[in-house]
Design a protein around this ligand. Structure first.
Ligand code: NAD
Ligand code: MLT
Ligand code: K
Ligand code: MN
Length: 355
């Protein structure tokens, strides 16, 4: 029996609704496999935890989850309890950074049964590779003075190491897909970091003669996500640009409620973390109507990462079968609730596996 230890952090809002549903899917996949078990350890770290303890996770929190095979997280943030920059920094961004999850992989592709808001979407299949440890998300800066004299500085940090490794990841994955790599830049407006970003990209491209490349300014590239997404394949982007592009990618798929993500540790020193692109959705939390597909597709990405791609495939197929059957939550035009969609996905998995 192969046992995978998962640290489970539902977090805030709909994270608490969709994570338990994705765990039901994992239990079903374990049953289908027969020789695989998941050992979940649940952590209640969240904004509510902050209200009680004055921090988002205990002081030794990272120690507690360090040995797990992967971290499975829902969403972090409840602005009615804790300002977002404190809650995200104390949990989500802390794990990404301290566990050196330097790459954030975010697919945006058309699923069977999904209706894109684009009128003629032409079967796009994009993989966004977001730098996940530096760039615009640095905590270097500060505020001085007050009133009209107030001055605020927020520094962006781009290191040769950080930029090279995210680009190398992009090139390798583009090579594996037999595809091409687009770099998201803004070197016409941002005079230091982005020309540097372009230089590293060009240097590295020389080592991948088989991978076609292009660079697009982030503003134009955003428009291409809408006007001709089928021409994009792998897209490598800085932390902030990748963040924005991944919501855009989710939007053209049909809903942010279905978009998955993996925060990948490359050096093997710490576990990777899997969590959907969406947040805690306070506007719909508590009604049982959140779309569970983002969290469930994220579980598929986690299984791929843990060496079980054929199980991941069963899950994605079942998601598509369920969408094709019209069993959908309200964000994608359906009438079913979170639990009903998950039930249908599990039933489709079992049917596929002949059980
Ligand atoms: N990775 C994360 O944990 C993460 C990501 C984004 C936002 N946040 C946090 O979440 C909170 C809310 O942020 P936001 O409103 O900007 O983004 P959000 O992703 O939570 O919600 C944006 C919109 O999408 C809808 N939506 C999101 N997920 C959905 C789902 N599964 N099913 C159906 N509809 C869904 C919401 O109802 C809302 O209308 C904030 O505290 C923010 O900081 C966390
Ligand atoms: O990284 C962030 O800014 C938090 C959230 O928006 C995300 O995309 O995970
Ligand atoms: K999330
Ligand atoms: Mn985001």
């Amino acid at each position: 029996m192969k046992t995978l230890d998962l640290a489970v952090i539902p977090g805030d809002g709909i994270g608490k609704e969709v994570v338990p549903e994705a765990l039901r899917v994992l239990d079903a996949i374990a049953e289908i496999h027969g020789g695989l078990a998941f050992n979940y350890t649940h952590y209640p770290w969240s904004s509510e935890y902050y209200i009680e303890h004055g921090r988002m996770m205990p002081e030794n929190g990272l120690e507690l989850i360090k040995e797990s095979d992967a971290i499975f997280l829902g969403a972090v943030g409840d602005p009615s309890l804790v300002p977002d920059h404190i809650s995200l920094a104390g949990l989500l961004l802390k794990i990404r950074r301290e566990f050196e999850q330097v790459i954030n992989v975010r697919p945006a592709k058309q699923l069977r049964g999904m209706v894109s808001p684009l009128s003629n979407p032409k079967n796009f299949d994009i993989l966004i590779i977001r730098e996940n440890s530096e760039g615009e998300y640095s905590s270097i800066g500060g505020r001085v003075h007050s009133g009209m004299d107030e001055v605020v500085v927020q520094n962006a940090v781009f290191t040769k190491r950080g930029v090279s490794r995210v680009m190398e990841y992009g090139f390798e994955i583009a090579r594996k897909r037999g595809g091409h790599l687009t770099s998201a830049t803004k070197s016409n407006g941002i005079a230091h970091s982005m020309p540097f970003w372009d230089e590293v990209f060009q240097e590295m491209a020389a080592g991948y003669p088989d991978v076609k490349t292009n660079s697009e300014h982030i503003d134009a590239l955003s428009a291409f996500f809408v006007t001709r997404p089928e021409t994009l394949d792998v897209v490598v982007a800085s932390n902030l640009f990748g963040d924005i592009l991944s919501d855009l990618g989710a939007a053209i798929m049909g809903s942010i409620g279905i978009a998955p993500a993996g925060n990948i540790n490359l050096n093997g020193k710490f576990p990777s973390m899997f969590e959907p692109v969406h947040g805690s959705a306070p506007d719909i939390y508590g009604r049982g109507i959140a779309n569970p597909i983002g969290q469930i597709w994220t579980a598929k990405m986690m299984l791929d990462h843990l060496g079980e791609p054929e199980l991941g495939e069963i899950i994605l197929n079942a998601i598509e079968t369920t969408l094709e059957a019209g069993i959908k939550t309200g964000d994608i035009g359906g009438k079913s609730n979170t639990v009903e969609v998950t039930d249908a996905i599990i039933a489709a998995m079992k049917k596929q596996a002949g059980k």
